[in-house]
Write a protein that binds this ligand. Structure first.
Ligand code: FES
Ligand code: FE2
Length: 449
């Protein structure tokens, strides 16, 4: 079915400009610490990181540290990770405990954050109430296989916060995916510089020129309330079918059997994300399974059918997501404020960037691939630090993205820089991030160019 040519003809928002303050100013970072981070839903970990009762993850964001704990078979608790006595941080990283014991004066807390032991409690002459001793709770909920927290007791429900991203992403069943790899590192740039490198595809020609020979990466971007997303846009209006805007792509070239294989192979080798080995394997077989001259839609259909069957045979069942829904959901999301989800039928690439606690021009960067595996066939992974120059771990395409970080941060400080002017069509996600951010922190945001 031909889709109305909205992508070609729809009016894009007017161009905007915003200053570099958000990237370099200590005041701005302070405003984020006071008015952004304590107010937004943030994913703290995946459920698979805390499968058993007593498993916990300590999630740190700016001045705060929060414990996310599997407090019962079907219960997750979240509370501040700070001893009620004299404020020692209770736990670090992740682990498994039966209770939390403060290493300073040996007070204890159960898995729900309730204080169970005060050494020599009579000293306080009966003035210690349970409420004063228990660790203050933080709002917690789950979506997409992640555990999300919000420090604001008055915050609205997670689901409401995530819409419309949640509803558009639900059919992809992200909750059924498990980590394939997960890495983190530090960058000497503001958290938004790092995040923004992954919420638009406009940079592909400039940053990843080698990819231009295997595919067309022109994408639209749209604001969706707090969040934003990107999707594919065929330049040829005649190709504007829903199928043409789906996530899995035919690549570039006359012979789709070869171009699909080339794009898949390149993606697997140089990104290690955005595809699965099943998809690559099925793509590599196309030239043997189909005659030369097979029309592109038929090659695409054959490729996806054979990958789907290959996966089904090993116990990986694809969810049914129609081409129309794929076109509507797009191919990647920015989830406000600091997460990206580049989703697909059986895999997703996730980024999260957090500010350094003290230094606005430094951040903590995390990337992970989640994928559908046969039950019991999930690989064992853990968060691994990988130096940003480590090409074996990060792969060449990500290193190319990393190359921009410090250079952008340096540029932001130059007195010759007159502010960001993102493309209204291809970088709307960036403008939208700053519009919403400005609202939260109470600062001036993007203005008409
Ligand atoms: S600070 Fe934790 S027991 Fe004293
Ligand atoms: Fe990139």
């Amino acid at each position: 079915m031909n889709k109305p040519a909205d992508i070609r003809t729809q009016g894009w928002p007017a161009p905007e400009c915003f200053g570099a303050e958000a990237y370099i100013s200590r005041d701005y970072a302070r405003a984020e610490a006071d008015r952004l981070w304590p107010k937004v839903w943030q994913h703290a970990c995946r459920l698979e990181e805390i499968p058993a009762v007593g498993d916990f993850v300590a999630y740190d964001i700016m001045d705060d540290t929060i414990l996310i704990v599997r407090s019962g078979p079907d219960e997750i608790s979240a509370f501040y990770n700070v001893c009620a006595h004299r404020g020692r941080r209770l736990a670090d990283g992740c682990g498994s405990v039966q209770e939390f014991r403060c290493s300073y004066h040996a007070w204890k807390y159960n898995l729900k954050g309730e204080c169970t032991r005060v050494l020599d409690s009579d000293d306080w002459q009966g003035r210690l109430s349970g409420d004063r001793l228990n660790l203050p709770r933080v709002q917690v909920d789950t979506w997409g296989g992640w555990v999300w927290i919000n420090m604001d007791p008055d915050a609205g429900p997670l689901r409401e916060y995530l819409e419309p991203a949640a509803s558009l992403l639900d059919p992809f069943e992200l909750d059924r995916m498990r980590y394939r790899w997960r890495l983190w590192c530090h960058f000497d740039c503001n958290w938004k510089v790092a995040l923004e490198a992954f919420i638009e595809a406009y940079h592909v020609e400039g940053t990843h020129p080698q990819l231009m020979s295997v595919g067309d990466f022109t994408m639209w971007s749209r604001a969706k309330g707090l969040h934003g997303h990107n999707g594919f846009d065929e330049r040829d209006p005649g190709k504007q079918t829903e199928e043409a805007n789906t996530i899995n792509r035919p690549g570039k070239g006359e012979d789709a059997r070869l171009s699909i294989a080339a794009l898949q192979r390149e993606t697997w080798d140089t990104v290690n994300a955005r595809t699965t080995w099943t998809l690559v394997d099925a793509a590599l077989r196309l030239k043997d399974e189909l005659p030369e001259g097979t029309p592109t839609p038929e090659v695409m259909a054959h490729w996806l059918k054979s990958a789907r069957e290959q996966d089904a045979a090993r116990g990986v069942v694809w969810p049914d997501v129609s081409p129309a829904h794929q076109a509507k959901a797009g191919s990647s999301w920015h989830v406000f404020p600091n997460m990206t989800i580049a989703h697909s039928i059986t895999n997703a690439l996730i980024y999260r960037v957090r500010p350094d606690r003290q230094e606005p021009e430094r951040c903590i960067f995390e990337a992970a691939v989640i994928e559908r595996f046969p039950e019991g066939g999930e690989p064992e992974t853990e968060w691994e630090y990988a130096d940003p120059s480590d090409v074996e771990k990060w792969r060449p395409v990500l290193l190319q993205d990393f190359d921009n970080m410090i250079q952008v941060q340096r540029g932001m400080r130059s007195r010759g820089y007159r502010g960001c002017i993102p493309s209204p069509k291809q970088e709307q996600t960036v403008a939208n991030l700053h519009r919403n951010l400005a609202r939260y922190v109470g600062r001036g945001g993007p203005e008409p160019l």
